[in-house]
Design a binder for this molecule. Sequence first.
Ligand code: ZN
Length: 495
Amino acid sequence: MRGLLRSIPIIVLGLIMFVPNVFAAQSATRLDGVSRYEVAVNVSKQGWSSASTVVVANGKAYADVLSATPLAYKNNAPILLTESSKLTTPTKNRISQLKPRKVIVIGGTISVNNQVVSEIKKLGVSTVERIGGVSRYEVAERIAKKLPANSKAVIANGTAYADSMAIGAYAARNGIPILLTTSNSIPSPTKDAMKSKGTRSTIVVGGEISVSNSVYRQLASPTRIGGNSRFEVARNIAKKYYSSTKSAVIGNGYTYADALAGSVLAAKQGRPVLFTDAGSLPKPTREAIGSNRMTTFTVLGGTISVKSNVISQLKNPIVGKKIFIDAGHGGSDPGASANGLREKDVNLAFAKKVYSKLSSGGALPIMARSTDVYLTLSQRVAKAESNHADIFVSIHSNSASSSATGTETYYYTKYQATNSKRLATEIQSRLYKAMNTRDRSVRTGNFHVIRESTMPSCLVELGFITNKSDASKLNSSYYQDRAASAIYNGIVAYY
Ligand SMILES: [Zn+2]
């Protein structure tokens, strides 16, 4: 009895370790809206049922508001957006609902004019405070003065908006002011702000094009979070500061208005902000999702900013997963040849189709080879290992006597035996049906690539190149598509 009880937790632990798909349900919630003003309202509804302070900024000239996230966070205030000379209706209605005592207007009278201020007052708001300035640099300086003492400062380019928006949530959560610079010289309001705050260390956001090395060297003990694109900068922030965070707020990397309202929500939730293209997740964003093993996403904006395909990718359990696709043989090694086919060509044709489906699905597929070149077996394994591939799928075609026929999938027991068998099973159970061949089942096989790869791995034998019927399928783009879908769906099911 005692022994039995003690074995139960071990069984439970076993399930947790070997059945990741039970726990890896991906979710993506969209905060929609027909305009940026509505998106900001919906973001505020997600994070605030009441607010004693609200921050209001121009929804189109948002240079002024780049530094505002830490101020909004400090006041537990949502950021709402307006037009410059008319308080936008969704914003007006939301202020009426929230009944704040105070509204902080960011920017000078060109960004948000006094007509808007008086409209806000008419809603019963007792205090409307304006933080203006003749430039975005001065607005940032004045916002910094409203924040508590902090010896750190963030320095970002005042015209590379995405960088400030990517760091906004982190800066806000840690009470670090966001100060702005040009690439080649530090504007005097920024110098003044660092002086009055007693800045002793700086976080420089963006690559050397955004903030040059000459500016970098003038700053107090600087640390750069760089990147070759806005997507990379956001990825690097997520990796550096949010390595144990399984969720993110995601907005379009080019239409910033949505991210602006979302950055204070992200700060409140302790999540990073990541960026996407409208139609598909960019590679650096997939990398951040994969390396942090993120499962929960809040997507900012309507279907023009972020198309439904991106939501599908985020909900796909393979999102950000590094999947190594090994087309067997190649170059001087043709593999088996029969019925006018060479195995190396057949394997590559199938592998390319699998790659393309995985890539569309949001994964980070890696090809052992994408052309007719020779790699040794150990080079294939080494490539998968050095890329930190999550799983390894090798694609081959079989050969024997002309009567042998069917599809089989191999795994090996040296590393990851249970997961490898499960991966092989998910693929095989779909693959023979897709190929409409005989099910030769899942087997163990002592093949170099699946023996020596330390990640879960399997090797498929699509069919027999030496059999007339199998060979005609191996050479058919119809069957190639079906098989690629089967392998793809097997991988999705594995996760
Ligand atoms: Zn082979």
